[in-house]
Write a new protein. Sequence first.
Length: 459
Amino acid sequence: MPPRSPQPSPLAATVADLMPRARTELAELVAFRSVADATQSPKSECEAAAAWVAAALRTEGFQDVAVLDTPDGTQSVYGLLPGPEGAPTVLLYAHYDVQPPGDESAWQSPPFELTERGGRWYGRGAADCKGGLIMHLTALRALKENGGVPVTVKVIAEGSEEQGTGGLERYAEAHPGLLTADTVVIGDTGNFRAGLPTVTAVLRGMTALTVRVDTLEGNLHSGQFGGAAPDALAALIRVLDSLRAEDGSTTVDGLAADGGWDGLEYPEDAFRADARVLDGVELTGSGSVADRIWARPAVTVLGIDCPPVVGATPSVQASARAAVSLRVPPGADATEATKLLAAHLEAHVPWGARVTVEQCGQAQPFRADTTSPAYAAMAEAMRAAYPGEEMQIAGQGGSIPLCNTLAALYPEAEILLIGLSEPAAQIHAVNESVSPEELRRLSLAEALFLVNYAAARGA
């Protein structure tokens, strides 16, 4: 007789049994158009999502559940689940706000309607980061059905992470006792690849600026005045082009751009596939892919205000505006990078054009201590949840501003970053999706981590 497959542990079996409920609840949460920008989505949608999270925490027995009004006008949700006496405290983080859906006609299914297709669940926020909240809930439910939660748990669900407006950071600074914990699990990153358990040790910071160029009192006929009248749009294009070298590397005057990544590498062919780079199109920058996306600054033009092609008139433009973001690698200071970027933009405007630069957001880079006991507990948990695989340590080019706030408020706390945003999830793009298999395995890994961590701390 062939050998029998090993039976799943009771905890693994419970997580598997909870998956239908996880899908139902994720569908409910995805249905809220919770973009934390009232110009794009009614504020009531975010408020309804916050109320859903609060109700879910109360149902699971959380105490002191509160919908917190944060200084940026949004809401975060807090709850406390007491553990055994003497047990360590673990803070679980996720955010319920989402990126705008973009061109909804480009989605293969409605962005705010969770839709199963090809073994994945599609919907805005399915992976980033409403799925992260469902991961936390599923892990806790599995533990409750298998002897109880062995640690004290705090949950914080942020309402404006995607906007970068800093409401929760400022609230935490004003109420430093609220989020105290021995360890923080940020459920807002993802595995390096689906099926490869990964913790994120490095986050680039960011700064966002708006640059406006003015040259004329009003638009002019390009036939009558073009050739001598200074074109504000052309001036803006010159400014934006100055931010990149010939090979596409970021070049901000005074900002170092030669950092290196020492760790898990990102093969170029894998990156091209993940990024869906068109055949024949070169990657930008120099050095390894990991160097470029985890250890070096990266500038991106997020948008330009100028006449659309359809309906454009033959005019010399009097004004033009662009939104520019700069990802800031660990080792650099985001405040200093902001000053350098603003100075660069002002210095490179041609023809004496008037330039105005306005800061829109900022977050410092983050680096975790991967030698801490919590990482050992997570490595053991991931090894069990992903048989045959060892936990990998990677970087991420994105920013999670709360990480630095928590690290500053609670310097003794260990901070781990995990989540559902592996490359195939295509977060922030159309047709965002989550792998239910990743949700199952990471829910199990988190549950096992809490057990391991409690044991390591002698609880």
